[in-house]
Design a binder for this molecule. Structure first.
Ligand code: GDP
Length: 180
C-alpha cells in the first residue's frame, strides 16, 4: 500500500466480494455530474483510482471475504486494508457496500472498526435493494441503523445499480465530503 500514488483527496469503496461494489462504482462513474475523466490503475495491483479531476479520486479497493482465498492470505490482505484505512491521510471518507440481504458481516464490522478512530465519515450502501420488497428494504435499513448506533460517523442508504436508485443520494454525500 505504501506505493500508492499521492492524491489531494480520495474516497475509498470497500465491501465483501460480490456485494455489488464494481456495479456501484460503474454506475457512479458513468454519470457526468461527478465529472469522471479517466480510470487509471494504481501502482499496487487491484487498486483502481478513478480520476475526478483537481487531484481528487475514487479508490476501488479489492473485495474481501473470498471463500477460496487461504486464511493466511486473507489475514494479510485485511491487515493491509486496515493500514490503508488508518494511515492514508488523503482518505476523507469511506463508502462501505453491503448486499442488503447480507449486511454487517464480521469483515464489514472490522472495516468500520479500522476506520472509526480516524473520525472520518463512513457512508454505507445497502446494495441490490431491488432484491427485496419495499417493506423489507425499510425494515433492513432500520435494523442496520439500530445496530450501528455506536458508530456515530456512519450514515446509510438503500442503493440499486440495477434500478439506478439511490444514485443521487450517494453522489451528494461524496460531493459534500469533497467540498468540505
Ligand atoms: P463486487 O464483487 O462487489 O464488485 O460485485 P459486482 O458489482 O460484481 O456484483 C456482484 C453480482 O451482483 C453481479 O452478478 C451483479 O450483476 C449483481 N448485482 C450488482 N448490483 C446489483 C443490483 O443493484 N441489483 C441486482 N439485482 N444485482 C446486482
Amino acid at each position: 500500500m505504501k506505493d500508492l500514488p499521492p492524491t489531494r483527496a480520495e474516497v475509498a469503496f470497500v465491501g465483501r466480494s460480490n456485494a455489488g461494489k464494481s456495479s456501484a462504482i460503474n454506475t457512479l462513474a458513468n454519470r457526468t455530474r461527478l465529472a469522471f475523466v479517466s480510470k487509471t490503475p494504481g501502482r499496487t495491483q487491484h487498486i483502481n483510482f478513478f480520476d475526478l479531476g483537481d487531484e481528487r479520486y475514487m479508490v476501488d479497493l479489492p473485495g474481501y471475504g473470498y471463500a477460496e482465498v487461504p486464511e493466511a492470505v486473507r489475514r494479510h490482505w485485511v491487515a493491509l486494508l486496515g493500514r490503508y484505512l488508518q494511515t492514508r491521510d488523503s482518505l476523507i471518507g469511506l463508502i462501505l457496500i453491503m448486499d442488503i440481504r447480507h449486511p454487517l458481516k464480521d469483515l464489514d464490522i472490522q472495516m468500520l472498526d479500522f476506520f472509526r478512530d480516524t473520525g472520518r465519515p463512513v457512508h454505507i450502501l445497502l446494495s441490490k435493494a431491488d432484491k427485496l420488497s419495499r417493506q423489507e428494504q425499510q425494515k433492513t435499513l432500520a435494523a442496520v441503523k439500530r445496530a450501528l448506533a455506536e458508530y456515530p460517523g456512519v450514515t446509510l442508504q438503500l442503493f440499486s445499480s440495477l434500478k439506478k436508485s439511490g444514485v443521487e443520494e450517494v453522489e451528494s454525500v461524496v460531493e459534500g465530503w469533497f467540498s468540505e
